[in-house]
Ligand binder design. Sequence first.
Ligand code: UD1
Length: 361
Amino acid sequence: MKVMHVVGARPNFMKAAPIMQEMGRFPGDFTQLLVHTGQHYDVRMSQVFFEELGLPRPDVNLEVGSGSQAWQTAQVMLRFEPVVNEFHPDWVFVFGDVNSTLACSLVCSKMGVAVAHVEAGLRSFDRTMPEEINRLLTDQISDILFTPSSDADQNLLREGVPAEKIFFVGNVMVDTLERLLPTARARFPALKAQFGLGKYILVTLHRPSNVDDPEILWEFLAALQEIGTEIPVLFPVHPRTMQRIGEFGLDITNSPVVFLEPLGYLDFLALQIHASLVLTDSGGIQEETTYLNVPCLTARDNTERPITILLGTNELVQRKSGAIKKAIRARVNEVPRKHHIPPLWDGKASQRIVGVLQKVG
Ligand code: UD1
């Protein structure tokens, strides 16, 4: 069967890679095509991931780039439709919750092309998040839904998705993480020397709700400014966040915080493994820290990944400078808590996904 994988933004790449690799083991069963929508286009947000994850060169690049939500979604749809017409895939695989995920599943469902959604069923129950809208709509129109945790199955069933479409396969990102853990570990000594690291915390922030409002963004920067005098803070800055810092005229010169360009997968993973704590608003990093047993503070009012709080190392923190500082100091100094890796986060999710497709395909 002909399978077309669609990737668009940074968090898609580590989810597509293990599935493509697994399908590659069965050349008699699958012909694969890779489409990059170009939602993320920088070397640091895209190309480096292709190289490090061993993803093949995309067969098609839609080169959409940045724009408003509506513009970006519409552009992906317009440019993707002719690609589907040209290649006639039997299945289109979409990943996660970015604008490209929704745009391509919408095109396929109206053209009668079967869609498989990987990382289905996650819900923050916060419809002000663009990603929540993408998740809700993609799940309604997908033909197979692969879930990473059992709460996702429950969400889908509650929304009326037929049980026979839902497959609890585990977390496909963990497949990539397990595969590349030794390579990432080997990179740590060089990073340690480069940044003179002992104990340190690692920070990422890019959600519109955290970085698009100057007052909220300043709450973070002010807290990190102070924490940075107590423990080194490494902060690889997402392009959106860097743009906002510039637009708002926020002064980050003379800060003790080490601001970096966005890092590749391997360097970022190496830094996560050894961090005393990670402060983030990302989805995937909540999961990676749970798997790695590294304390994580998620600066959001809610999470679509509650299992990382229930079983893992994650905790929500209010987006106020005082609350952020208090939570960082408490978690950095606490006795390690007992944590569990969620069920089926075992490096075999992509095998299960491919097994399902071989049966239903
Ligand atoms: C997107 C996803 C989000 C995901 C995140 C990971 C949506 C709605 N959001 O958010 O779910 O967690 O990616 O990174 O799809 N930019 C660059 N270079 C790039 C990419 C973006 O400079 O390679 C700049 C753009 O100019 C834009 C900003 O970053 O202004 C935001 O990019 P965008 O694609 O809109 O969404 P993200 O915030 O990255």
